[in-house]
Ligand binder design. Sequence first.
Ligand code: SAM
Length: 275
Amino acid sequence: MEIKSVLQQNEFRFNKKFGQNFISDTNLLEAIVCDAGVTKDDVVIEIGAGAGSLTYALAQKAKRVIAFEIDFNLKSVLKTTLQGLNNAEVIFGDVMDKPIDEIESLAGGSFKVVANLPYYITTPVLMRFVEESANMSSMTVMVQKEVADRLVAKAGGKDYGRITVAVDCFGDAKLMRNVSRQMFYPQPNVDSAVVRIDRNKKYSVDEKLLRQVVKSAFAMRRKVFSTCLAAGLGISKEQATRYITSLGKDAQVRGETFTTQDFVNLTNLIAADGK
Ligand code: SAM
């Protein structure tokens, strides 16, 4: 499918604010579908159908594909590129406005998310799906290389942050492939990468409190964790230090050295103390 000519025939004008960088390379599209491990049993949710090239590739392997697209000007393009497919549908509108339970009932059970994400909403989309969707089994996404580095970072490293921990609470993130900026049309200013996150973890923890604890850990990178935790939870520095040291950590430790399990242990300790 030559999407460039379909876009031209339909006099489509790219809208920069929607992060429209399309893929047309068949090998790359097939590689992404393969990275996601899509089979005939899978319902796939795609975020941002664009010209439909990934939607089409997904529909060749999946049971059903439900794609969201914010730009109504892509309607005629998608009508052409998805013509003849009876297992793909496009829902026009902002995916961020669609309640997760509605997305789950559209999917009708377990689903996989596969997307070449619009860069301007990468973090909110990732956070929302991993934190809110109980029915999502995996998420395979094309993101900016720098975001990919953050998703797969290890505790203590420079790329390790709030999003690393939020995603790690859900499951393991794997870097599947690096993708040159030259593979997109129009070409963005940065390279990208495909990351797959499989749901394979479930911590027994007060999730709201955990989010508060993790948020505090990365709020002031140059300060010791006890200071950040005290500020984040509105407790005394002495109390925060007591929690941290009773986990066997040094009083001067920094939050970014904590693994997900450390954050969970700390949260459970605080919760048990009735905070
Ligand atoms: N999947 C296509 C591909 O790989 O060629 C397009 C990917 S492009 C990076 C991202 C797409 O997401 C664009 O078509 C854009 O219009 C759409 N988009 C941006 N924000 C959106 C939102 N909030 N909800 C749904 N779609 C959105």
